[in-house]
Design a protein around this ligand. Structure first.
Ligand code: PMP
Ligand code: GLN
Length: 379
């Protein structure tokens, strides 16, 4: 069996969700919201299942959705995309990531990865034959710095896999950092695979800037989005890929052999959702901000040191330099009956220990119950 997978443990998200269920815990581990998602979008999907097309969709995605994505990214991010040549639909961002790595890498190519990193990145890079080169970000800012980039990039660098806004930190990189990374991508003639699934969740600070929008980077980026995050429908697995035509030609070859297409009923509902007015998109941010602030305030009141975050569904607490985040989470789920994710699980080497990620995209009552349990618990 292939050692990348035979040597892999079950992902932290799945194992924590199982522990949460077994202990009847409030599950603030795996990132999914309590919010059921916009009703009109779900209604469209239901109508499409009953009365619409339920056979294979076109390989590149429904033209309705590809067009809607191009219009959407123009409206929110100022991108000028040719929907026919530069937009593709995949079965979730995860497929898009796997496909991009397969399409871009030759065995032995180096890929720059930023720790903490989403857990799928490393096995997918390795399985595609890539050699990881790590850059380690540090709390509380989780910012890029040039010395680290200098060490990680080299003549064999083929790609960089960059997640902004950043899961698990919940931070968004400032433009200055994007410019720095962009300079290295250009200098080494690399391709940036930009995981921007959290693009619509920036609840504090300036709007998300796609790396692709920076001068010179238009043709060197693969931008990846996820309807699951845009509409709080994480089970839908509809991914959006944007890239220049030359890149897209090869990306689409990987997609055609991986899944070929994505459920048309969901695609059509997502197309509708991308056209929703600003009220929806502002509402998403407002509700994330309110939940973040409520939970951060409660945790601070219970004596935890909450790290700043401005995007995603997540905030982190810092247990201090001697903190054991994995041990803390293991005990908390059993004793306090609250599940969270140890951030050291997002590192391959030299993890920063003592940081614990909580998902706050929950109803007030869920957050309050978690806070009540945590206040009554002594670690
Ligand atoms: N990338 C990141 C950084 C994520 O947080 C997630 C899901 N939470 C994904 C990719 C996967 O997205 P999808 O569910 O669309 O496959
Ligand atoms: N992205 C989600 C998180 O970070 C989990 C996705 C998954 O369960 N694989 O919590």
């Amino acid at each position: 069996m292939n050692s990348v997978f035979s040597d892999s443990a079950t992902t932290i998200f799945e194992s924590m969700s199982r522990l949460a269920a077994a202990n009847d815990a409030v599950n603030l581990g795996q990132g999914f919201p309590d919010d059921p998602g916009p009703e009109e979008v779900r209604r469209k999907a239901a109508e499409n299942v009953l009365g619409g097309w339920n056979q294979y969709a076109p390989m590149m995605g429904l033209s309705e959705l590809r067009r809607a994505a191009a219009v959407h990214y123009e409206r929110f991010q100022g991108l000028d995309l040719d929907w026919e040549k530069e937009v593709m639909v995949t079965s979730g961002a995860t497929e898009a990531l796997a496909g991009a790595l397969m399409a871009i890498l030759e065995p032995g190519d180096e890929v720059v990865l930023f720790q903490p990193m989403y857990d799928a990145y490393l096995p997918l890079v390795r399985r595609a034959g890539g050699i990881p080169r790590f850059v380690t970000l540090r709390s509380p800012g989780w910012r890029l710095n040039e010395e680290d980039l200098k060490r990680a990039f080299g003549p064999k660098t083929r790609a960089v896999l960059f997640n902004d806004p950043l899961n698990p930190a919940g931070t968004a990189f400032p433009r200055e950092d994007l410019e720095l990374l962009g300079r290295y991508v250009l200098k080494y003639n690399a391709i940036a695979i930009c995981d921007e699934v959290w693009e619509h969740t920036v609840f504090d600070g300036p709007r998300h800037i796609p790396l692709m929008a920076l001068p010179g980077l238009r043709d060197r980026c693969v931008k990846i989005g996820s309807a699951g995050k845009i509409f709080s429908l994480t089970g839908w697995k509809v991914g959006l890929v944007c890239a220049a035509p030359e890149l897209m030609k090869v990306l689409s070859k990987a997609h055609q052999y991986l899944t070929f297409c994505t459920p048309p009923n969901l695609q059509s509902a997502v197309a509708y959702g991308l056209g929703l007015g600003d009220t929806y998109y502002e509402g998403l941010k407002d509700s994330l901000r309110a939940s973040h602030d409520r939970f951060a305030k409660g945790l601070t009141g219970a004596g935890y040191k909450v790290l700043p975050s401005q995007a995603t569904y997540f905030l982190s607490v810092d247990l201090g330099p001697a903190g054991d985040d994995a041990g803390f989470c293991a005990r908390m789920v059993k004793e306090a009956r609250v599940a969270a994710i140890p951030v050291s699980a997002f590192y391959s080497e030299n993890p920063q220990r003592g940081i614990v990620r909580f998902c706050f995209a929950k109803k007030d009552a869920t957050l309050d119950e978690a806070l009540r349990r945590l206040s009554a618990w002594k670690y």
